[in-house]
Design a protein around this ligand. Structure first.
Ligand code: TYD
Length: 291
């Protein structure tokens, strides 16, 4: 049984690769909306509800290869179903804006298209299926990352979609994909003095596939997805996010620092990003956009 989508509320997801700043931007949008008087629920995946957070620990911690790709896919979906039932749907029913850090598009990209999806044997061990990963990984080092984020072969895209249709069955009203060159994302993390070993361990090839996967999704679902140029200062990116979200969240019109082009509700054209064009007047959630 798919999750029934209540009328009311606005469901916005933030997606993209590591280091694109989506968590920062989610918080800023939440603050703007609260300042405008809207109830906001900030949440994340995997997780966002007590049971789903327990599943998060299962799926993101522990030895690489702990779960097969299909088991991992089921765990992400189990967490998502719990999150929807306990957190997202009740909040939408109250009329809240639900801002979610990652959702089903992360599964589409991380569990499927960023992996070696055509690998014939989906039970192969972690790291065996993606030749272009091996140069970036130290095969002898103990690797505490989960199979989710490395070179294991992925679940077949058809399985990812079929499972989603069966047990989740709904899409966000709006998906903001923060798009950043992985080399810039890495440099940004290092500049912050962060520990970017995970990022480096996974390799540029992996992060490039993640980026490409999200860009392909944006192109395939232009009514739902907005590709946000994540270059520049957080204020600049926040202005792009507000502009992209304004069609769904009209209260944003009066918030944030006034910036040229901000009040139009249309994202600025992003040269060279292949960004899907904004559609004017798409304020209503689109049913079946991604079925
Ligand atoms: P997290 O540390 O929260 O990273 P981020 O700040 O980038 O969101 O870890 C979430 C990780 O889980 C991230 O590497 C992406 C991965 N993930 C999947 O592989 N599939 C999914 O369906 C989701 C929601 C996340």
């Amino acid at each position: 049984m798919t999750a029934a989508r209540p009328a009311g509320g606005v469901f916005v997801t933030f997606e993209g690769g590591d280091g694109g700043g989506k968590t920062t931007q989610l918080r800023r949008l939440a603050a703007d909306l609260r300042a405008a008087g809207r109830e906001v629920v900030e949440t994340r995946e995997p997780g966002g509800a007590p049971g789903a957070e327990e599943i998060r620990s299962l799926v993101l911690e522990g030895a690489a290869g702990r779960w097969s790709p299909v088991t991992e896919l089921l765990l992400f979906n189990a967490a998502r179903r719990d999150h929807l039932e306990r957190t997202v749907l009740p909040a939408l029913a109250r009329g809240a804006a639900v801002l979610c850090d990652r959702f089903a598009d992360s599964t589409r990209v991380y569990q499927s298209c960023a992996r070696d999806a055509d690998a014939p044997d989906h039970s192969r061990a972690h790291g065996a299926g993606a030749p272009d990963q091996s140069s970036a990984r130290d095969a002898d080092a103990p690797d505490q990352s989960s199979a989710r984020d490395a070179g294991a072969p992925g679940a077949a895209p058809q399985m990812v979609e079929a499972l989603h249709a069966l047990v989740i069955g709904m899409e966000p009203d709006l998906t903001l994909i923060l798009d950043l060159d992985p080399e810039l994302a890495l440099a940004r993390g290092l500049a912050r003095g962060g520990d970017e070993t995970r990022f480096e361990r996974l390799g540029l090839g992996f992060h490039t596939r993640i980026r490409d996967g999200f860009r392909a999704l944006a192109a395939a679902h232009p009514a739902r997805c907005r590709l946000i140029d994540a270059r520049g200062e957080p204020d600049e990116v926040a202005a792009r996010v507000r502009a992209a979200a304004a069609a769904h969240l009209p209260e944003l019109a009066g918030t944030g620092a006034p910036r040229a082009g901000d009040a139009t509700g249309a994202p600025r054209a992003e040269a060279g990003t292949g960004a899907p064009r904004a559609e004017a007047g798409t304020g209503a959630p689109r049913a079946g956009d991604d079925a």
